[in-house]
Design a protein around this ligand. Structure first.
Ligand code: PLP
Length: 484
């Protein structure tokens, strides 16, 4: 019986038609594999004008069930031609949103199971797998053992670093309130001028009106002296320093703030110290990057995004706290309809008391699929190939007569400009993107624009890096240079 005949009999029949699910599911897996296998020849960013997509969609939702084959056809004809293909091998923009087949299958399995983990008892494996995988990561990434849920700290999965940082800022506010009794209007958050905007947003959402953007050094890392100076000025004004955030890999140039230097000041002043390692945190799986963790024992909370550079599709961010006690105090609320014996026993973790949302997806499943399918070895090799290519790319920039790096390359982001100035830099970036084969982004520091080549797509190979370089090498010599 075909879909349309079934739905003639009973309009809710498609909800429970497992025969159709099997058939359509196999077709969808084939569709995804074909999409990924044929990404290369597509333009990285499809040419789309505002309203193009909606103009192809019917004005009203379908009254009758539609065959899945027609949905797939529209996926091909309407949706895919209007995407920026983040998984394209020529994707060098922003930071990667690195996905993988294992992760997609984990996401699919989680959707199929359709469970949610607001409480341990609402689906025990959802909570325990999350505890367990994040404890694995503590070990794999050389983080303090006390952060494991089997010890004093613990980790949870959130929708992104913005949410993770917001939770950290709420904790910072409450710690400051209990230490100083200061009203929130007097509390201050400190971040470097290069911190991601989510840090300022998180502090403001937590109610902190004063956010100080501190000076950075020549490598764009926060200067502890600037922090000391700002804290002392605020104390003189009668304000209460509440929190400082160190960036381990800024968005602009992947600069690394001195975690130990900042941590010592935070400890001395009773400030909550949060580390934003949203992008570069993934690299900590390789021992050679762990010098950036110096001082990590002085940190109160730490976030990194597997959905950037850890082969795990969006959304998936980790937040660890060094001490889960204050977090649970701040985030707990106990309505009678959520009470149960397991929670009352005190033997289980109820993530609703760690997180903002009550209903929680089974994010740990895709992370578990990824870690098991690649192994720590595969995850390390992935980071190492990208950082190796970035290092080679940097050397090519350094030896080019018309190009100049504007910052070091500690991970897999190369930041550079054209020596002829901003107009030439922007013209070069446009030329790169106009090929349709590559996509880079331009950013700005102190009014100065530069190109970011961020290496980290699952499907990028050395061949794609070489092609990008060949294009840049030639274009940098001939790029049109409008008057500055
Ligand atoms: N922090 C840093 C350093 C980032 O680069 C980003 C995003 O690129 C974020 C935070 C925000 O992450 P999310 O989009 O997961 O909220």
């Amino acid at each position: 019986m075909v879909d349309s005949e079934r739905s003639d009999l009973d309009p809710v029949a498609p909800l429970t038609d497992l025969g159709a699910f099997r058939e359509n599911g196999y077709a969808l897996v084939d569709w995804i594999a074909d999409y990924l296998a044929t990404l290369g020849p597509r333009p990285v960013c499809e040419p789309v004008k505002p309203g193009d997509v909606r103009a192809q969609l019917p004005g009203t939702a379908p009254e009758r069930p539609e065959p899945f084959s027609e949905v797939l056809t529209d996926l091909d004809d309407v949706i895919v031609p209007a995407l920026a293909h983040w998984q394209h091998p020529g994707w060098f923009a922003y930071f990667p949103a690195m996905s993988s087949p294992a992760s997609a299958l984990g996401e699919f399995a989680a959707a199929g199971l359709g469970v949610q983990g607001m409480l341990w008892s609402s689906s025990p494996a959802v909570t325990e797998l999350e505890n367990h995988v994040l404890d694995w990561l503590v070990d794999l990434m050389g983080l303090p053992e006390s952060w494991r849920t089997t010890s004093k700290g613990g980790g949870l999965l959130t929708s992104g670093a913005s949410s993770s940082t917001l939770i950290a800022m709420i904790n910072a506010r409450e710690m400051c309130r209990s230490l100083t009794g200061a009203p929130v209007e007097q509390m201050v958050a400190y971040v470097s001028s290069q911190a991601h905007s989510s840090v300022e947003k998180g502090a403001r959402l937590a109610g902190l009106r004063h956010v100080r953007l501190l000076d950075v050094d020549d490598d764009f890392a926060l200067e502890p002296e600037a922090l000391i100076e700002a804290v002392s000025q605020d104390l003189n004004r009668g304000l209460s320093p509440a929190t400082v955030v160190s960036a381990l890999g800024t968005t602009g140039t992947t600069a690394v703030d001195p975690v130990r230097g900042v941590g010592e000041i935070a400890t001395q002043r009773g400030m909550w110290h949060h580390v934003d390692a949203a992008y570069a945190g993934s690299a900590m799986i390789c021992e050679e990057f762990r010098h950036h963790l110096d001082g990590i024992e002085l940190v109160d909370s730490y976030t990194f995004n597997p959905h950037k550079w850890f082969a795990t599709n969006i959304d998936c961010s980790v937040l660890w706290v060094a001490d889960r006690g204050p977090l649970i105090d701040v985030m707990s609320i106990d309505p009678p309809y959520l009470r149960n014996d397991a929670s009352d026993s005190g033997q289980v973790i109820d993530y609703r008391n760690w997180d903002i949302s009550l209903a929680r997806p089974f994010r740990a499943l895709k992370l578990w699929f990824v870690i098991r399918s690649l192994g720590a070895e595969g995850l390390r090799a992935n980071i190492r190939r990208h950082t190796q290519w970035a290092s080679e790319f940097s050397e090519r920039i350094d030896s080019h007569p018309r190009l100049r790096r504007i910052a070091p390359t500690p991970f897999a982001l190369v930041s550079f400009e054209h020596t002829a100035g901003t107009a030439a830099t922007c013209a070069l970036a446009s030329a790169i993107n106009d090929t349709g084969r590559f996509f880079v982004t331009v950013s700005e520091i102190d009014g100065h624009q530069y190109i970011r080549v961020s290496i980290g797509s699952t499907w990028t190979t050395r061949h794609h890096i070489d092609s990008l370089w060949q294009f840049i090498d030639e274009s940098a010599m001939t790029v049109e240079q409008p008057k500055e």
